[in-house]
Write a protein that binds this ligand. Structure first.
Ligand code: TYM
Length: 332
């Protein structure tokens, strides 16, 4: 079986619809066909120094949501990144293979450091994509399901794998991004040309998976639309409606062309009303399962421990080879 791996940060009290449609749903689908490894990127979350209690809480919420969304602990190894220490170790080795200029070109770092102020941004934020490369390469992953915002980081992972292999001999599999075009960038409901994001300016633009139905409905009904009244997908002139059609189609499975035909002659309100209902229907069961798991912390922690054990077995094997290739003495 080919291997699939991905990670998600515990930086909010809920995943949002972008995380869910752009990534988590693919995690669930791919566990059927791949040997699957999915982790909560708590080490990546440390780059912005969260409060310790908040990080602990959010890491458990993230884990519970992954199971709530349909990951099966029998099929997928779901774990906390920090529980497999080899991630940090490989990150250091890869940091030593990365050029300053290469790391400096990462656009997500540039965006984030601009937000914090260049001198306030941590060195961790700068080396973030290299830790991400370590996450991926350590499992010899074939496919990495992500949204399009991670594409550049995936490119770096591929470059680092190839560079290491050519310097030290074949060691890492070169990973492929797994990006579904239709959901690669879910837009903010209030600012549809921007991606839906945890750091977005207004909560009105974000649909959280764990949100109450009433709040979800309200936000969908208030989503910005475009001039005119026709319901057609047109990225250039109708980014709001296009985003809504994409969301509908992704959840309902109905093709966008078919939705356009079905809603012909109707107003934006009709489309939004239907979306509100299918979103509530899709998120409700996830929320219920998530809450149930969160109420049983020992069980949740047991599941994470089992996931980490499976992940560690693979990570250890890669790392023994890596250390040897680099010329480090065998660990006594
Ligand atoms: P993170 O936690 O920001 O997001 C988790 C996943 O959700 C996707 N995503 C979106 N997809 C479509 N539309 C959106 N609006 C949207 N917003 C977020 C992201 O692309 C991502 O797939 N660096 C990663 C975490 C990470 C990782 C890894 C991923 C750490 N190590 C190794 C893959 C492999 C991140 O911050 O994702």
């Amino acid at each position: 079986r080919p291997r699939v791996l991905s990670g998600i940060q515990p930086t909010a009290d809920s995943f949002h619809m972008g995380n869910y449609l752009g990534a988590v749903r693919q995690y669930v689908a791919l566990q059927e066909t791949h040997e699957a490894f999915y982790f909560i990127a708590d080490l990546h979350a440390l780059t912005v120094t969260p409060k310790p209690d908040e990080l602990r809480r959010r890491t458990r919420i993230a884990a519970a949501q992954l199971f709530g969304a349909g990951l099966d602990p029998e099929r997928a190894a779901v774990f906390a990144q920090s529980h497999v220490r080899e991630h940090s170790e490989l990150a250091w080795y890869l940091i030593c293979q990365t050029g300053m200029g290469e790391a400096g070109r990462m656009t997500q770092f540039k965006d984030k450091s601009a937000r914090y102020g260049e001198n306030a941004a941590s060195v961790g934020l700068f080396t973030y994509p290299i830790l991400q490369a370590a996450d991926i390469l350590i499992y010899q992953a074939d496919q990495v399901p992500v949204g399009v915002d991670q594409k550049q980081h995936l490119e770096l992972s591929r470059d680092l794998a190839q560079r290491f292999n050519s310097r030290y001999g074949q060691t890492f599999k070169v990973p492929n991004p797994y990006i579904l075009k239709e959901v690669e960038k879910i837009g903010d409901l209030q600012d549809p040309t921007a991606k839906m994001s945890k750091s977005s300016s207004s909560p009105q633009g974000i649909l959280d998976v764990l949100e109450e139905p009433a709040a979800l409905r309200k936000k969908v009904m208030r989503a910005v639309t475009d001039t005119g009244s026709e319901i057609v997908a047109d990225e250039e002139n109708k980014p709001g409606v296009t985003n809504l059609l994409r969301i509908h189609s992704a959840i309902s499975g109905v093709a966008i062309a078919e939705l356009e035909a079905r809603f012909a002659g109707q107003g934006y309100g009709a489309l939004k009303k239907e979306i509100a209902e299918i979103v509530v229907e899709a998120f409700g069961p996830i929320r219920e399962r998530t809450e149930k798991l969160l109420a049983d912390e020992p069980e949740l922690d047991r599941l994470l421990a089992a996931g980490a054990a499976r992940a560690r077995a693979v990570a250890r094997e890669t790392m023994e080879q890596v250390r040897d290739r680099l010329g480090l003495l065998p660990t006594p």
